[in-house]
Ligand binder design. Structure first.
Ligand code: FO1
Length: 309
């Protein structure tokens, strides 16, 4: 059985690859919920929706988030009435947010709602929110304290980040399905998807007790670097590494997680970093880790699985 820790578009891509090569009952995708927020009275769970839409092959291929063939009449009508349009909610996507919000209000858990929605989208592997309690990523920045989506979308990641805060994380309990997967005797691999370490992986790993359980697990722990060369494949990971005084390299990612990782997959152009990373006690697999299409996603997933045998 395999656990994949996923957030953002990069995480959804490798999760898709894993869903193509792992039997449904053997794949548990644990999704970051730190990006969740209340918007226009709706509870939006971007990383859950990005993973579900991507695995269901209905994600917008250009943006990675939202739905393909989307229409925007709700946003146009919102604009006409002077409502907010900085966060784009498509007409089909709106159904997800309205129904999720309604069910949360009725007392359903995010885990149960996600299980129902993912199954209705035809998914067979488990899509598991990291927690059913609220965790909200915020950043201290050159514009002061910002909620995540204000930083990421409204301000286009431009403010300089000095600190990242996961509001509510001390009180948040990892979801039942997450803790069950971690204690399953069949667990043989934990995959850190190529997601932003600070925005997608750390909210999961900072949940009370989780990092220690990963450390204590008999399973192999493998990361795919979100950094290739001195840039992030997508999103603000490189900019944040710099702003937080770290190097922008796959080496830095290995060092950041060195007490958790058995191995890291780095790109061919970073092969020269191998001895440095191995000196940290982290094994290295050099591969082509840029996922340009479904074939890349599936190939990389297969390579990651081979590591665990
Ligand atoms: N990202 C944007 O940059 N602009 C948007 O208008 C936007 C809308 C949006 C709507 C639903 C959804 O699930 C995700 C959306 N995202 C948007 C992405 C979102 O900011 C995610 O948090 C990122 O993908 C990082 O995980």
């Amino acid at each position: 059985m395999i656990i994949a820790l996923s957030g953002g578009v990069g995480g959804a891509k490798l999760s898709f690859g894993l869903s193509q090569v792992v039997a449904p009952d053997d794949l548990k995708i644990i999704v970051n919920t730190g990006d969740d927020f209340e918007h226009m009275g709706l509870h939006v769970s971007p990383d859950i929706d990005t993973v579900c839409y991507t695995l269901a092959k209905i994600a917008n291929p250009k943006t990675g988030w939202g739905l393909v063939d989307e229409t925007w009449k709700f946003m146009h009508a919102t604009e006409r009435l002077g409502g907010p349009t900085w966060f784009q909610l498509g007409d089909q996507d709106l159904a997800t947010h309205v129904l999720r919000t309604e069910r949360l209000r009725l007392g359903h858990s995010l885990s149960d709602i996600t299980r129902d929605f993912s199954q209705r989208l035809g998914l067979t592997c488990a899509i598991i929110p990291m927690s059913d309690d609220p965790v909200r990523t915020e950043v201290d920045s050159s514009l002061g304290r910002l909620k995540f989506q204000d930083y990421f979308v409204r301000h286009h990641c431009e403010p300089v980040v000095t600190k990242i805060i996961y509001q509510g994380i001390e009180r948040a309990v990892p979801s039942d399905s997450f803790t069950q997967a971690l204690s399953d005797s069949r667990l043989k691999l934990i995959v850190f998807c190529p997601s932003n370490p600070f925005l997608s992986l750390d909210p999961i790993l900072h949940l009370p007790g989780i990092a220690q359980r990963v450390r204590d697990s008999k399973a192999k722990v493998v990361a795919v670097s979100p950094i290739i060369g001195n840039a992030a494949v997508k999103g603000p990971a490189a900019k944040m590494l710099q702003e937080l005084g770290m190097q922008v390299s796959a080496y830095e990612i290995a060092r950041y997680y060195q007490d958790l990782l058995d191995c890291i997959f780095i790109d061919k152009i970073d092969a020269h970093l191998t001895p440095l990373i191995e000196a940290l006690g982290v094994k290295v697999v050099v591969s082509s880790i840029l996922m340009k299409d479904d074939a890349d996603r599936t190939r990389l997933a297969r390579e990651v699985l081979e590591y665990s045998v």
